[in-house]
Write a protein that binds this ligand. Structure first.
Ligand SMILES: Cc1cc2nc3c(=O)[nH]c(=O)nc-3n(C[C@H](O)[C@H](O)[C@H](O)COP(=O)(O)O)c2cc1C
Length: 222
């Protein structure tokens, strides 16, 4: 049976990012996958510690970070999965720190500093193996503004490096999300609650469907 790992890089377990990830999970299951969902904030781990155990000559790490902490078994599952789907809210224009710590630990042991003389660029440690990877970003920003302030470029960089290391990566962007369940409880006049409600009712269901389709598509790729 195919295995798909879903990873939530938001501290909130059931808000925008998690909701989209759960739809992507359903999409993967609809394509016959067995899935596991991890809330990354529940685990105790750091980013890459630059120990280079994975880059040494004769390294036996086999694409799994040598650090022994809560993340190791999750990284092992990711490397053995048929697809992985990671989500993150945008915090001050970037993915969350937890998301970055996770992808550093996933990517560096599968990164090489060896030149691919035949094809150019760097050799892939995974060779011909592809672990299709979905990256779901959620943000307050409406799409037009996000593009004006270069969120597309910043966020795409995360997708591009995963695309190289994992063999395939695709981003899904959910804009203009609803941050607060009840806007009246917060000091906030930047957002119009009616507009947010409308986006929640009209656009977010479309994003949920896109997330479902992404989970299904990635699962079917392997
Ligand atoms: C610390 C923090 C920083 C944020 N920075 C941004 C930002 O720079 N741009 C943006 O569009 N939204 C920003 N947001 C809003 C979240 O990205 C947005 O509400 C997201 O959908 C939340 O995801 P969640 O519901 O899964 O927690 C920020 C939220 C927090 C808590």
């Amino acid at each position: 049976m195919k295995k798909v790992i879903v990873l939530n890089g938001s501290p909130r377990r059931n808000f925008n990012t998690a909701k989209l990830l759960k739809e992507a999970q359903k999409g993967a299951e609809s394509a016959g996958a067995e899935t596991e969902f991890f809330n990354l904030y529940e685990y105790n781990f750091k980013g890459c510690m630059s120990c280079f155990a994975c880059q040494r000559k004769g390294s036996t790490t086999e694409g799994i970070c040598a650090l022994r902490d809560d993340l190791k078994p999750i990284l092992e599952k990711c490397l053995n999965a048929d697809a992985i789907i990671i989500g993150t809210p945008v915090y001050f224009s970037y993915p969350t720190g937890i998301f970055r710590s996770f992808v550093e630990r996933l990517m560096f042991p599968n990164h090489t500093y060896m030149v691919d003389k035949e094809n150019g660029g760097l050799k892939r440690r995974l060779g011909d193996k592809i672990i299709p990877t979905g990256v779901i970003f959620t943000m307050n920003c409406p799409e037009e503004l996000a593009n004006q302030i270069n969120y597309n470029i910043i966020l795409d960089e995360n997708v591009k490096s995963l695309n190289h290391i994992m063999g395939y990566a695709e981003g899904l962007y959910s804009y203009d999300t609803t941050q607060f369940a009840d806007f009246s409880k917060y000091n906030c006049d930047l957002f119009n609650p009616e507009h947010k409600h409308q986006v929640q009712q009209t656009q977010f269901p479309i994003d949920l469907q896109r997330a479902f389709d992404l989970g299904k598509k990635l699962t079917e790729m392997n």
